[in-house]
Design a protein around this ligand. Structure first.
Ligand code: AMP
Length: 254
């Protein structure tokens, strides 16, 4: 596996591979876990060349403290990605994707409105913009996204459709820990008692019912940002809640 830190390096590495081989892209923010590995495995199974990106995208974060606290360990992620069969790991610095004077944005409406956007204004502008940039840089045949971030998946599909991008978006089911908690890089911030409390989220979703889900969370003392049924690439029961200081999201398709 090659790690590429600049756009020039990425372009040079990809050029000889554009010879009829299929290229997969797996965008991540690093701190790789089994959820990411499921995306990489799907990409590896489908395509000849697997590119993973590792970029903690500053423009999709609201609070600077949240961005600063995001776990980062490039050396570990390189080992994990290589072992998973990634061919090229694109890990640019923030200034590489957002140089001085950067001023052009993809601002998704429609499915990007409500839910996460009510609590993280501008989040999907950051997501859509960085995804378009990554799609343009890598020009993959297929890009892999987790259902765990259901609204993000729906937004990316909408962007691809609306801007006529030539990439197929493939959705990968949510990977959970044995206790049901959806894997997330943010789980590392949960104390053991908070982690126990957080299990109310998968329990709430397992009811497959909006009112019962609300009741399960209330009983666990969790005040969610939202519990909602929405059409996110299919009818979906979605939850976002802060447990301790950690904000978790999860969902189930109905
Ligand atoms: P992140 O690094 O958190 O931005 O996630 C990168 C990609 O991995 C996104 O498409 C996520 O939806 C996906 N992902 C994160 N956690 C999981 C999970 N537990 N199961 C499946 N996909 C996931």
């Amino acid at each position: 596996m090659k790690t590429l830190r600049t756009i020039a390096e990425l372009r040079n590495a990809l050029a000889p591979l554009r010879d009829g081989r299929t290229i997969a892209l797996v965008p991540t923010m690093g701190a790789l876990h089994d959820g990411h590995l499921a995306l990489i495995a799907a990409a590896r199974g489908d395509c000849d060349v697997v590119v993973a990106s590792l970029f903690v995208n500053p423009t999709q974060f609201g609070e600077p403290a949240d961005l600063d606290a995001y776990p980062r360990d490039l050396a570990r992620d390189e080992r994990v990605a290589a072992a998973a069969g990634v061919d090229l790991l694109f890990a640019p610095a923030a200034g590489e994707l957002y140089p001085q004077g950067f001023a052009t944005w993809v601002v998704p409406e429609g499915v990007a409105e409500g839910l996460e956007s009510n609590h993280r204004p501008g989040h999907f502008r950051g997501v859509a913009t960085v995804c378009l940039k990554l799609f343009e840089l890598v020009r993959p045949h297929a890009a892999y996204f987790g259902r765990k971030d259901a609204q993000q998946l729906a937004v990316v599909k909408q962007v691809v459709r609306d801007l006529n991008l030539e990439v197929e978006i493939r959705a990968v089911p949510t990977v959970r820990d044995d206790d049901g908690l959806a894997l997330s890089s943010r789980n590392a911030h949960l104390s053991s008692t908070d982690r126990e409390r957080a299990l109310a989220i998968p329990r709430a979703l397992a009811t497959l019912d909006l009112e019962r889900a609300r009741a399960v969370l209330t009983e666990a003392g969790i005040e969610p940002d939202y519990v909602a049924v929405a059409d996110l690439d299919g009818e979906t029961l979605a939850v976002a809640a802060r447990v301790g200081s950690t904000r978790l999201i999860d969902n189930v398709q109905l």
